[in-house]
Design a protein around this ligand. Structure first.
Ligand SMILES: [Cu+2]
Length: 85
C-alpha cells in the first residue's frame, strides 16, 4: 500500500477511479483537460473538497481510515473513491 497516489482527470472520468493509500497518505488530482472539474466528497471524515478548476494539480492528505467517495458535480458519472487503510 502506497502513501501517495495520482489521479488524472480525463474526458469526464477520473483515472484510476479507485485508489488505496495508507493513513496520512496523499492523493494528487491532476487536471490536464482544460475542462472545469471538481472533487466533491460525500460523507464525513474526508479532506476538503477541491473547487472547480480547469488545469493544474491539487493534493489532499487523508487523516482518517475508511472509503471516501467523491464526484465531479459538473459531470454525471464522473466519480471515484479513495480507500484509506
Ligand atoms: Cu468534471
Amino acid at each position: 500500500m502506497s502513501t501517495t497516489s495520482d489521479i488524472y482527470g480525463e474526458s469526464n472520468t477520473f483515472s484510476p477511479t479507485s485508489v488505496t493509500i495508507a493513513r496520512n497518505g496523499t492523493v494528487t488530482w491532476t487536471n490536464g483537460t482544460g475542462t472545469a472539474h471538481n472533487v466533491t466528497f460525500a460523507g464525513s471524515g474526508a479532506p476538503a473538497n477541491i473547487a472547480n478548476h480547469s488545469s493544474g494539480s491539487n493534493a489532499r492528505t487523508f487523516a482518517n481510515a475508511g472509503t471516501f467517495s467523491y464526484q465531479c458535480t459538473n459531470h454525471s458519472g464522473m466519480a471515484g473513491s479513495v480507500t484509506v487503510q
